[in-house]
Design a protein around this ligand. Structure first.
Ligand code: GLA
Length: 388
Protein backbone atom coordinates (compact mmCIF):
# COMPACT_ATOMS: atom_id res chain seq x y z
CA UNK A 1 0.00 0.00 0.00
CA UNK A 2 1.15 3.55 -0.70
CA UNK A 3 3.01 5.14 2.22
CA UNK A 4 4.46 8.36 0.86
CA UNK A 5 1.81 10.96 1.69
CA UNK A 6 4.52 13.23 3.08
CA UNK A 7 6.30 13.42 -0.28
CA UNK A 8 3.05 13.83 -2.17
CA UNK A 9 1.76 16.56 0.15
CA UNK A 10 5.01 18.54 -0.13
CA UNK A 11 5.15 18.18 -3.91
CA UNK A 12 1.41 18.82 -4.24
CA UNK A 13 1.67 21.99 -2.20
CA UNK A 14 4.61 23.29 -4.24
CA UNK A 15 2.87 22.40 -7.52
CA UNK A 16 -0.38 24.07 -6.52
CA UNK A 17 0.80 27.16 -4.64
CA UNK A 18 4.12 27.73 -6.42
CA UNK A 19 6.43 27.57 -3.39
CA UNK A 20 7.51 25.07 -0.73
CA UNK A 21 5.32 24.76 2.41
CA UNK A 22 6.60 26.03 5.73
CA UNK A 23 4.85 23.55 8.06
CA UNK A 24 3.96 19.88 7.85
CA UNK A 25 1.40 18.32 10.18
CA UNK A 26 0.28 14.72 10.16
CA UNK A 27 -1.97 12.28 12.01
CA UNK A 28 -2.51 8.53 11.64
CA UNK A 29 -5.49 6.37 10.76
CA UNK A 30 -6.31 3.67 13.30
CA UNK A 31 -7.45 0.13 13.67
CA UNK A 32 -9.36 -0.90 16.75
CA UNK A 33 -8.14 -4.21 18.21
CA UNK A 34 -11.22 -4.58 20.42
CA UNK A 35 -13.82 -2.43 22.19
CA UNK A 36 -16.34 -1.68 19.43
CA UNK A 37 -19.26 0.71 20.00
CA UNK A 38 -18.20 1.09 23.58
CA UNK A 39 -16.77 4.62 23.33
CA UNK A 40 -20.13 6.42 23.29
CA UNK A 41 -21.30 4.17 26.12
CA UNK A 42 -18.49 5.43 28.37
CA UNK A 43 -16.72 2.08 28.11
CA UNK A 44 -13.17 1.06 27.13
CA UNK A 45 -11.58 0.87 23.67
CA UNK A 46 -8.24 -0.59 22.60
CA UNK A 47 -7.04 0.80 19.25
CA UNK A 48 -3.61 1.17 17.67
CA UNK A 49 -2.64 3.96 15.30
CA UNK A 50 -1.64 2.86 11.80
CA UNK A 51 1.72 3.60 10.20
CA UNK A 52 -0.37 5.18 7.43
CA UNK A 53 -0.98 8.89 7.89
CA UNK A 54 -2.73 11.95 6.56
CA UNK A 55 -0.37 14.84 5.91
CA UNK A 56 -1.32 18.52 5.69
CA UNK A 57 1.32 20.99 4.51
CA UNK A 58 0.74 24.68 5.00
CA UNK A 59 2.11 28.20 4.91
CA UNK A 60 0.54 31.36 6.36
CA UNK A 61 -0.49 33.99 3.81
CA UNK A 62 -1.15 37.68 4.35
CA UNK A 63 -4.86 37.53 3.50
CA UNK A 64 -8.12 36.58 5.19
CA UNK A 65 -8.41 33.50 3.04
CA UNK A 66 -7.85 29.90 4.01
CA UNK A 67 -7.33 27.83 0.86
CA UNK A 68 -7.09 24.07 1.19
CA UNK A 69 -6.42 21.71 -1.68
CA UNK A 70 -7.20 17.99 -1.45
CA UNK A 71 -5.16 15.52 -3.46
CA UNK A 72 -7.87 12.87 -3.12
CA UNK A 73 -10.69 14.90 -4.63
CA UNK A 74 -8.55 17.28 -6.71
CA UNK A 75 -10.67 20.12 -5.33
CA UNK A 76 -9.85 23.29 -3.44
CA UNK A 77 -11.93 25.02 -0.82
CA UNK A 78 -11.48 28.71 -0.06
CA UNK A 79 -12.90 30.15 3.15
CA UNK A 80 -13.11 33.86 3.90
CA UNK A 81 -12.35 34.32 7.59
CA UNK A 82 -14.40 37.52 7.72
CA UNK A 83 -17.55 35.41 7.28
CA UNK A 84 -19.06 32.93 9.73
CA UNK A 85 -17.99 29.34 9.09
CA UNK A 86 -21.01 27.27 8.02
CA UNK A 87 -21.21 23.54 7.28
CA UNK A 88 -21.00 22.50 3.62
CA UNK A 89 -23.47 19.97 2.13
CA UNK A 90 -23.52 16.65 4.06
CA UNK A 91 -20.76 14.25 3.08
CA UNK A 92 -18.38 16.93 1.75
CA UNK A 93 -14.75 16.77 2.93
CA UNK A 94 -14.63 20.52 3.49
CA UNK A 95 -16.79 19.97 6.60
CA UNK A 96 -13.75 18.60 8.42
CA UNK A 97 -11.80 21.74 7.57
CA UNK A 98 -14.67 24.08 8.39
CA UNK A 99 -15.47 22.33 11.67
CA UNK A 100 -11.90 22.32 12.95
CA UNK A 101 -11.36 25.95 11.93
CA UNK A 102 -14.59 26.93 13.70
CA UNK A 103 -13.46 25.04 16.81
CA UNK A 104 -10.12 26.82 16.75
CA UNK A 105 -11.82 30.19 16.43
CA UNK A 106 -14.14 29.14 19.26
CA UNK A 107 -11.27 28.86 21.73
CA UNK A 108 -10.40 32.50 21.21
CA UNK A 109 -7.68 32.22 18.56
CA UNK A 110 -7.64 35.09 16.04
CA UNK A 111 -7.65 33.04 12.84
CA UNK A 112 -5.23 33.97 10.09
CA UNK A 113 -5.13 33.14 6.41
CA UNK A 114 -3.03 30.31 5.05
CA UNK A 115 -2.69 27.84 2.19
CA UNK A 116 -2.71 24.10 2.75
CA UNK A 117 -2.51 20.85 0.83
CA UNK A 118 -3.78 17.46 2.07
CA UNK A 119 -2.54 14.03 0.98
CA UNK A 120 -3.33 10.79 2.72
CA UNK A 121 -2.23 7.15 2.83
CA UNK A 122 -5.17 6.19 5.05
CA UNK A 123 -7.74 4.29 2.95
CA UNK A 124 -10.95 6.34 2.79
CA UNK A 125 -14.34 5.05 3.87
CA UNK A 126 -12.83 1.78 5.10
CA UNK A 127 -13.51 2.19 8.82
CA UNK A 128 -9.88 3.19 9.48
CA UNK A 129 -10.70 6.73 10.63
CA UNK A 130 -9.57 8.65 7.60
CA UNK A 131 -11.81 11.54 8.69
CA UNK A 132 -10.31 11.71 12.20
CA UNK A 133 -6.85 11.69 10.61
CA UNK A 134 -7.77 14.71 8.45
CA UNK A 135 -9.31 16.58 11.37
CA UNK A 136 -6.46 15.94 13.80
CA UNK A 137 -3.77 16.62 11.18
CA UNK A 138 -5.53 19.86 10.23
CA UNK A 139 -5.92 20.91 13.88
CA UNK A 140 -2.20 20.21 14.34
CA UNK A 141 -1.37 22.40 11.35
CA UNK A 142 -3.54 25.15 12.86
CA UNK A 143 -1.48 24.94 16.06
CA UNK A 144 1.65 25.62 13.98
CA UNK A 145 0.08 28.37 11.90
CA UNK A 146 -1.20 30.22 14.97
CA UNK A 147 1.62 29.42 17.38
CA UNK A 148 -0.83 27.81 19.82
CA UNK A 149 -0.26 24.45 21.49
CA UNK A 150 -3.40 22.58 22.49
CA UNK A 151 -3.53 19.91 25.12
CA UNK A 152 -3.80 16.67 23.04
CA UNK A 153 -7.04 15.64 24.79
CA UNK A 154 -8.54 19.09 24.15
CA UNK A 155 -7.49 18.75 20.51
CA UNK A 156 -9.26 15.38 20.25
CA UNK A 157 -12.42 16.87 21.79
CA UNK A 158 -12.30 19.89 19.46
CA UNK A 159 -12.10 17.55 16.46
CA UNK A 160 -14.93 15.38 17.81
CA UNK A 161 -17.08 18.50 18.00
CA UNK A 162 -16.21 19.29 14.36
CA UNK A 163 -17.33 15.79 13.40
CA UNK A 164 -20.63 16.20 15.30
CA UNK A 165 -21.53 19.75 14.28
CA UNK A 166 -20.09 20.02 10.77
CA UNK A 167 -19.77 16.49 9.39
CA UNK A 168 -23.02 15.47 11.14
CA UNK A 169 -21.64 12.16 12.48
CA UNK A 170 -22.41 11.52 16.19
CA UNK A 171 -19.15 9.62 16.69
CA UNK A 172 -17.48 8.75 19.98
CA UNK A 173 -14.04 9.87 21.11
CA UNK A 174 -11.93 6.84 20.11
CA UNK A 175 -10.78 7.86 16.62
CA UNK A 176 -9.87 11.43 17.50
CA UNK A 177 -8.16 10.36 20.68
CA UNK A 178 -5.88 7.75 19.11
CA UNK A 179 -5.04 10.09 16.17
CA UNK A 180 -4.03 12.76 18.65
CA UNK A 181 -2.33 10.70 21.39
CA UNK A 182 -0.99 7.47 19.87
CA UNK A 183 2.49 6.23 20.74
CA UNK A 184 4.63 4.13 18.45
CA UNK A 185 4.66 0.40 19.29
CA UNK A 186 1.86 0.79 21.85
CA UNK A 187 -1.83 0.00 21.92
CA UNK A 188 -4.03 2.46 23.78
CA UNK A 189 -6.45 1.36 26.47
CA UNK A 190 -8.77 4.32 26.78
CA UNK A 191 -11.40 4.78 29.46
CA UNK A 192 -14.04 6.77 27.57
CA UNK A 193 -15.68 7.90 30.81
CA UNK A 194 -12.65 9.60 32.37
CA UNK A 195 -10.57 9.98 29.17
CA UNK A 196 -7.77 8.28 31.07
CA UNK A 197 -5.28 6.60 28.74
CA UNK A 198 -2.99 3.65 29.42
CA UNK A 199 -0.40 2.77 26.78
CA UNK A 200 0.33 -0.93 26.50
CA UNK A 201 3.56 -2.05 24.81
CA UNK A 202 2.49 -3.91 21.66
CA UNK A 203 5.57 -4.68 19.63
CA UNK A 204 6.16 -8.43 19.77
CA UNK A 205 7.80 -9.23 16.40
CA UNK A 206 6.26 -12.72 16.58
CA UNK A 207 2.76 -11.38 15.89
CA UNK A 208 1.38 -9.05 13.26
CA UNK A 209 -1.82 -7.06 12.97
CA UNK A 210 -3.30 -7.89 9.58
CA UNK A 211 -5.94 -5.51 8.24
CA UNK A 212 -8.34 -6.93 5.67
CA UNK A 213 -10.27 -4.36 3.69
CA UNK A 214 -13.44 -5.69 2.06
CA UNK A 215 -13.61 -2.51 -0.05
CA UNK A 216 -17.38 -2.45 0.44
CA UNK A 217 -19.40 0.05 2.38
CA UNK A 218 -23.10 -0.65 2.63
CA UNK A 219 -25.59 2.21 2.46
CA UNK A 220 -26.85 1.59 5.96
CA UNK A 221 -23.56 2.51 7.64
CA UNK A 222 -24.25 6.15 8.54
CA UNK A 223 -27.90 5.93 9.51
CA UNK A 224 -27.38 2.73 11.50
CA UNK A 225 -24.62 4.35 13.55
CA UNK A 226 -26.96 7.03 14.89
CA UNK A 227 -29.77 4.49 15.44
CA UNK A 228 -27.50 2.19 17.50
CA UNK A 229 -26.44 5.13 19.59
CA UNK A 230 -30.08 5.95 20.34
CA UNK A 231 -30.82 2.30 21.11
CA UNK A 232 -28.01 2.28 23.67
CA UNK A 233 -29.45 5.38 25.30
CA UNK A 234 -32.87 3.76 25.38
CA UNK A 235 -31.39 0.63 26.99
CA UNK A 236 -29.58 2.74 29.60
CA UNK A 237 -32.87 4.52 30.47
CA UNK A 238 -34.70 1.21 30.81
CA UNK A 239 -31.98 -0.07 33.09
CA UNK A 240 -31.99 3.22 34.98
CA UNK A 241 -28.27 3.82 34.54
CA UNK A 242 -26.55 6.93 33.23
CA UNK A 243 -24.71 4.95 30.55
CA UNK A 244 -24.26 1.28 29.65
CA UNK A 245 -20.86 1.39 31.37
CA UNK A 246 -22.81 1.04 34.61
CA UNK A 247 -24.95 -1.87 33.37
CA UNK A 248 -24.32 -5.52 34.26
CA UNK A 249 -25.39 -8.84 32.76
CA UNK A 250 -27.55 -9.43 35.88
CA UNK A 251 -29.45 -6.22 35.20
CA UNK A 252 -30.03 -7.31 31.60
CA UNK A 253 -31.31 -10.69 32.72
CA UNK A 254 -34.20 -8.95 34.48
CA UNK A 255 -35.38 -7.31 31.25
CA UNK A 256 -36.62 -9.99 28.91
CA UNK A 257 -39.82 -8.28 27.77
CA UNK A 258 -39.99 -9.13 24.03
CA UNK A 259 -40.94 -5.53 23.17
CA UNK A 260 -37.66 -4.37 24.57
CA UNK A 261 -35.60 -7.12 23.04
CA UNK A 262 -33.71 -5.14 20.40
CA UNK A 263 -32.33 -2.51 22.74
CA UNK A 264 -31.44 -5.20 25.26
CA UNK A 265 -29.50 -7.10 22.60
CA UNK A 266 -27.56 -3.92 21.90
CA UNK A 267 -26.87 -3.54 25.61
CA UNK A 268 -25.84 -7.18 25.80
CA UNK A 269 -23.11 -6.48 23.24
CA UNK A 270 -21.88 -3.34 24.98
CA UNK A 271 -21.70 -4.89 28.46
CA UNK A 272 -19.87 -7.96 27.13
CA UNK A 273 -17.54 -5.90 24.94
CA UNK A 274 -16.47 -3.65 27.79
CA UNK A 275 -15.52 -6.72 29.84
CA UNK A 276 -13.68 -8.27 26.87
CA UNK A 277 -11.70 -5.09 26.28
CA UNK A 278 -10.45 -5.05 29.86
CA UNK A 279 -9.53 -8.73 29.56
CA UNK A 280 -7.75 -7.99 26.28
CA UNK A 281 -5.59 -5.38 28.01
CA UNK A 282 -4.59 -8.01 30.57
CA UNK A 283 -3.70 -10.65 27.99
CA UNK A 284 -1.71 -8.10 25.95
CA UNK A 285 0.34 -7.45 29.09
CA UNK A 286 0.92 -11.23 29.33
CA UNK A 287 1.55 -11.55 25.56
CA UNK A 288 -1.09 -14.27 25.50
CA UNK A 289 -1.92 -14.00 21.79
CA UNK A 290 -4.09 -17.09 21.72
CA UNK A 291 -6.38 -15.64 24.37
CA UNK A 292 -6.43 -12.23 22.67
CA UNK A 293 -7.52 -14.00 19.49
CA UNK A 294 -10.37 -15.75 21.31
CA UNK A 295 -11.58 -12.41 22.65
CA UNK A 296 -11.50 -10.99 19.11
CA UNK A 297 -13.67 -13.82 17.79
CA UNK A 298 -16.09 -13.37 20.68
CA UNK A 299 -16.25 -9.66 19.90
CA UNK A 300 -17.11 -10.39 16.28
CA UNK A 301 -19.86 -12.84 17.21
CA UNK A 302 -21.37 -10.29 19.55
CA UNK A 303 -21.21 -7.53 16.92
CA UNK A 304 -22.88 -9.82 14.41
CA UNK A 305 -25.54 -11.36 16.64
CA UNK A 306 -26.39 -8.70 19.24
CA UNK A 307 -25.29 -5.39 17.75
CA UNK A 308 -26.10 -6.43 14.16
CA UNK A 309 -23.51 -4.28 12.42
CA UNK A 310 -21.63 -6.94 10.45
CA UNK A 311 -22.30 -7.98 6.84
CA UNK A 312 -21.64 -11.02 4.67
CA UNK A 313 -18.24 -9.76 3.49
CA UNK A 314 -16.96 -9.22 7.06
CA UNK A 315 -18.44 -12.53 8.20
CA UNK A 316 -16.69 -14.25 5.29
CA UNK A 317 -13.30 -12.84 6.35
CA UNK A 318 -13.79 -13.96 9.94
CA UNK A 319 -15.02 -17.37 8.79
CA UNK A 320 -11.89 -17.74 6.62
CA UNK A 321 -9.67 -16.83 9.58
CA UNK A 322 -11.41 -19.36 11.82
CA UNK A 323 -11.05 -22.07 9.19
CA UNK A 324 -7.29 -21.56 9.10
CA UNK A 325 -7.12 -21.70 12.87
CA UNK A 326 -4.57 -21.11 15.58
CA UNK A 327 -2.37 -24.08 14.64
CA UNK A 328 -1.75 -22.49 11.23
CA UNK A 329 -1.02 -19.08 12.76
CA UNK A 330 -4.29 -17.14 12.90
CA UNK A 331 -5.05 -16.24 16.52
CA UNK A 332 -8.22 -14.22 16.03
CA UNK A 333 -10.18 -11.94 13.73
CA UNK A 334 -13.09 -9.53 13.97
CA UNK A 335 -14.77 -6.71 12.13
CA UNK A 336 -13.39 -3.35 13.19
CA UNK A 337 -14.75 0.20 13.12
CA UNK A 338 -18.28 1.27 12.30
CA UNK A 339 -19.37 -1.95 10.52
CA UNK A 340 -21.52 -2.68 7.42
CA UNK A 341 -18.36 -3.11 5.36
CA UNK A 342 -14.91 -1.67 5.76
CA UNK A 343 -12.23 -3.75 7.43
CA UNK A 344 -11.65 -6.77 9.58
CA UNK A 345 -8.59 -7.03 11.79
CA UNK A 346 -6.72 -10.26 12.45
CA UNK A 347 -3.93 -11.15 14.83
CA UNK A 348 -1.53 -13.55 13.14
CA UNK A 349 1.80 -15.28 13.50
CA UNK A 350 4.10 -12.80 11.70
CA UNK A 351 6.44 -15.25 9.92
CA UNK A 352 3.48 -17.06 8.33
CA UNK A 353 1.86 -13.93 6.96
CA UNK A 354 2.09 -14.75 3.26
CA UNK A 355 0.58 -18.21 3.54
CA UNK A 356 -2.15 -16.89 5.84
CA UNK A 357 -3.05 -14.08 3.46
CA UNK A 358 -3.23 -16.52 0.57
CA UNK A 359 -5.47 -18.91 2.49
CA UNK A 360 -7.82 -16.13 3.64
CA UNK A 361 -8.15 -14.77 0.10
CA UNK A 362 -8.87 -18.22 -1.27
CA UNK A 363 -11.57 -18.98 1.26
CA UNK A 364 -13.07 -15.47 0.97
CA UNK A 365 -13.10 -15.67 -2.83
CA UNK A 366 -15.27 -18.78 -2.67
CA UNK A 367 -18.27 -16.75 -1.52
CA UNK A 368 -17.42 -13.08 -2.27
CA UNK A 369 -16.37 -11.67 -5.62
CA UNK A 370 -15.21 -8.16 -4.60
CA UNK A 371 -11.46 -7.82 -3.95
CA UNK A 372 -9.94 -8.06 -0.49
CA UNK A 373 -7.00 -5.73 0.21
CA UNK A 374 -4.62 -6.87 2.94
CA UNK A 375 -1.87 -5.01 4.75
CA UNK A 376 -0.13 -5.12 8.10
CA UNK A 377 0.73 -2.24 10.36
CA UNK A 378 2.79 -1.79 13.48
CA UNK A 379 1.37 0.67 16.00
CA UNK A 380 2.21 4.11 14.65
CA UNK A 381 2.68 7.44 16.40
CA UNK A 382 0.14 10.17 17.03
CA UNK A 383 -0.18 13.63 15.52
CA UNK A 384 2.96 15.62 14.93
CA UNK A 385 4.07 18.97 13.57
CA UNK A 386 7.32 19.62 11.77
CA UNK A 387 8.93 22.64 10.16
CA UNK A 388 9.10 21.75 6.48
C1 GLA B 1 -16.77 4.77 14.49
C2 GLA B 1 -16.84 5.94 15.45
C3 GLA B 1 -16.16 5.62 16.77
C4 GLA B 1 -16.68 4.29 17.35
C5 GLA B 1 -16.65 3.19 16.28
C6 GLA B 1 -17.27 1.92 16.75
O1 GLA B 1 -15.44 4.54 14.11
O2 GLA B 1 -16.22 7.07 14.88
O3 GLA B 1 -16.34 6.67 17.68
O4 GLA B 1 -17.94 4.45 17.90
O5 GLA B 1 -17.32 3.60 15.10
O6 GLA B 1 -16.52 1.38 17.79
Amino acid sequence: MQNDALLRARAGFAGHFGHAPRLVASAPGRVNLIGEFTDYNEGFVLPIALEYRTVVCGTPNESNLVTVRSEATQESVSLDLRRALEPDAPGRWSNYIRGVLAGFGGIGTALRGFDAFIASDVPMGAGLSSSAAIEVAFATLLEGIHGVKLDPVAKALLCQKAEHSFAGVPCGIMDLFIASLAREDHALLLDCRSNEAVWLPFADPAVAVLILNTNVRHQLATSAYAIRREECQAAASLLKVGSLRAATLEMLAQHVDPLERTVMRRARHVVGEIARTLQAAEVIRDRDWIELGQLMYASHDSLRNYYEVSCRELDAVVHAAREIGTAAGVYGCRMTGGGFGGCAVALIDAPRREAIERAIRESYGRSISTPLTCFTSRPGRGAELLEA
